[in-house]
Design a binder for this molecule. Structure first.
Ligand code: GTQ
Ligand code: FE2
Length: 367
């Protein structure tokens, strides 16, 4: 072969007999698809915000519009970039669930791990493997993979919480299993808030329980304790990117609360504008208090209490508190998976004093 017989570019157009034959035989040339090996992540998901003003009106309407039947009354937040997939990010789903006075959501279990972050209402419960875990606003409650759970509201006020599950990840791995329990509510076998009594004392864990679980054995992270920790650190120098950010940890291993989902809470002080960076993996934030905005890839997302914000992998992002009070964000993330698999990367944004130029404002419901 000499230089004169180098194939012409048309030979790679995919229209010739050779390409027709490989496609018919379920093959593609790497030369046809190599652009999928992108130099950096290019997520399909969009950064998106579900505003509480809209969510709240739907929450009120949902109570009369749909009963709690076999399925929970949980409105799943579908990311408009993910073509109708059951997904808020490529790995996580967030939902807003409503339980009216007197209602029970029947017992079931599934391989996706779940968590609840309580938004409204005191005194309802989730029962996990025979233990009632009582809800107060701001509490984080875990329902680890394959644990039986049901929810009940014996109070006279509506309870509302945000669900977080690793459903898209479980689906991608083809490891979905689900059962309904033949009993609407299986018998209680543990004391109320028993896991908190055993493991809810910071660095003190019971010696007579040998070994531990992949997920945190503490199923309730009470808001009173979370707030106390944030208050104690309010006036310290903290992360330039996350502010006073605390990870909820497994009390025995110090690792994440669930093998697939990590949780954090972050306090951004009044007037504080955190610096921009990008990290691998996705996060979903829920605004617990205060007002501010997050700039994601040059677009500004104004937020206030109850808003839920989805952050794609490797998107430049920065948060700021702009209101008269400190802001607090709850955050769930697939970071434990990213780290366990060796994909963790972070990069601070060096330009422009660490802040992006804002070129667009997100419009709730529109984009
Ligand atoms: O409350 O157990 O949002 O199983 C999705 C699936 C909530 C739940 C969701 C669930 C639940
Ligand atoms: Fe569930």
């Amino acid at each position: 072969m000499n230089a004169l017989t180098i194939p012409k570019p048309e030979a790679n157009s995919g229209e010739d007999a050779f390409h027709r034959r490989i496609h018919q035989n379920h093959m593609f040339g790497l030369w046809e698809i190599a652009s999928q090996m992108t130099p950096h992540p290019q997520p399909q998901m969009l950064p998106w915000l579900w505003d509480w003003k809209t969510t709240e009106s739907l929450v009120r309407e949902s109570g009369t519009a749909v009963p709690v039947g076999e399925e929970r009354r949980a409105m799943q937040l579908f990311n408009p970039g993910l073509s109708g997939a059951w997904a808020t990010t490529n790995t996580l789903i967030a939902a807003v669930q409503v339980l009216l006075p007197g209602e029970v959501a029947r017992s079931h279990r599934h391989t996706p791990a779940a968590l609840r972050f309580i938004l409204e209402g005191s005194g309802a419960y989730t029962a996990v493997e025979g233990e009632r875990v009582m809800m107060e606003p701001g509490d984080l409650i875990l329902t680890p993979s394959w644990t039986w759970h049901d929810h009940g509201n014996e109070t006279n006020e509506t309870v509302v919480w945000m669900d977080g599950l690793d459903v898209p990840l479980v689906k991608a791995l083809n490891t979905m299993f689900f059962n309904m329990n033949p009993k609407q509510q299986p018998p209680l076998t543990e004391p109320i808030n028993g896991s908190q009594r055993l493991y809810g004392h910071g660095r003190l864990s019971p010696t007579w329980i040998k070994g531990t679980t992949l997920h945190s054995p503490l199923l309730l992270y009470a808001w009173s304790q979370t707030l106390e920790a944030l208050d104690a650190l309010r006036d310290r120098e903290a992360s330039p990117f996350e502010g006073v950010a605390l990870e909820y940890t497994h009390p025995v291993t110090g690792g994440p609360v669930l093998p697939t989902i990590g949780c954090q809470v972050q306090l951004i002080r009044k007037g504080e504008a955190l610096q921009a960076r990008r990290v691998t993996g996705t996060s979903i934030f829920c605004v617990v208090q205060g007002t501010g905005h997050s700039v994601i890839s040059g677009k500004s997302f104004a937020w206030t209490r109850g808003d839920i914000l989805a952050l794609p992998s490797w998107a430049l992002h920065e948060h700021a508190c702009t209101g008269p009070q400190d802001a607090i964000l709850f955050c769930m993330t697939d970071r434990p998976v990213i780290k366990a698999l060796g994909f963790w990367r972070e990069e601070a944004y060096a330009d422009n004093g660490g802040h992006q130029k804002v070129s667009e404002e997100f419009q709730p419901g529109k984009g």
